[in-house]
Design a protein around this ligand. Structure first.
Ligand SMILES: [Zn+2]
Length: 65
């Protein structure tokens, strides 16, 4: 599973673009959906048993974990 995100700019960053892992909440991370193969927003789907899972908003594939 690959995650890729960009941190919020902070005062110490002068310029240019650095890509590195940052303390970003998991809900803000774009991930590549295994269902549709594209970076996608993650939504939450409530299952019939009441548990909530993350899911692709494009194709409704659910992500375990
Ligand atoms: Zn998808």
């Amino acid at each position: 599973m690959k995650k890729h995100t960009r941190p919020n700019p902070s005062k110490n960053i002068k310029g240019g673009i650095l890509e590195k892992e940052g303390p970003v909440h998991v809900s803000n991370v774009m991930l590549v959906c295994p269902g549709c193969g594209k970076p996608t927003r993650v939504g939450h789907t409530e299952l019939p048993d009441g548990s909530r899972v993350r899911s692709c908003r494009r194709c409704d594939t659910t992500f375990e974990n």
